[in-house]
Unconditional design. Structure first.
Length: 235
């Protein structure tokens, strides 16, 4: 691995020491800070492979502001800087907001070593894995279309969309071709229906992610079929 640097900011020395220990086993070098100013100063002079910040550093508001400060310096997305938040809160709205404004994933305190290792390996490869990995080839955009199937659990339906639960975080704005027993019952057809993710959140018990999938407004037949189905169910 060429880049082994991980920057951590947390006002808990025990957490910082634990992170150093866990990530050290993967050949990573951890630099830990106890305040946001020192962390940002180091971030400006380096190109870390990953950052982990305490969402409750001072106050939650300060944690949000730190996320935004990081994203003005280092973008997210492919080739960008992976950013994790560490938090002792299970408030799904707080965590969801952190993910919306720039965090890529979260670690719940007190941390479990196997959980953090699994999450981090999705973003940072260990030296052991790199030794056996094949060289990658960059493909032109759209050269090889890919279809990904996700299992979703229906939670609630209204006339404009459907609320679902998933093991995966689906970003806002994502178009999805949706099939399932619900649409077969409502429309009598197994043909996929196009929906768009308009809201996402973390489930209260942290068992997965929630999302609201909005129906296409142009699909008047689907909207009318859903309204008729709702009327029947509400009688």
């Amino acid at each position: 691995m060429k880049n082994k640097l991980v920057l951590v900011v947390d006002d808990d020395p025990d957490f910082n020491n634990l992170i150093k220990h866990v990530l050290g086993k993967f050949g990573l070098i951890v630099e830990a800070f106890t305040d946001g100013a020192s962390f940002l100063k180091r971030l400006d002079s380096s190109a870390p492979a990953l950052c982990i910040i305490d969402l409750n550093l001072g106050t939650v508001k300060e944690g949000f502001e730190l996320i935004q400060s990081i994203r003005t310096r280092k973008p997210s997305g492919p080739g960008g800087l992976p950013l994790f938040i560490a938090s002792s809160t299970v408030d799904h709205e707080t965590i969801a907001h952190a993910l919306e404004i720039g965090a890529d994933d979260y670690i719940l305190k007190p941390i479990r070593r196997e959980v953090i290792a699994s999450k981090l390996l999705n973003y940072v490869k260990s030296a052991e894995l790199e030794d056996v990995s094949l060289n990658s080839i960059t493909l032109s955009e759209g050269e090889f279309p890919v279809t990904m199937e996700l299992e979703l659990e229906d939670l609630e339906v209204d006339e404009f969309g459907i609320k679902v639960k998933s093991r995966h975080l689906i970003t806002k704005g994502t178009p999805i071709s949706l099939t399932g027993a619900f649409f077969v019952e409502v429309t009598g057809s197994e043909r996929p229906k196009l929906v768009t993710v308009t809201t996402t959140w973390v489930e209260v018990d942290l068992s997965g992610y929630g999302a609201y999938l909005e129906f296409e407004l142009a699909d008047e037949k689907l909207l009318q079929a859903v309204r008729n189905w709702l009327i029947t169910k509400l009688k």
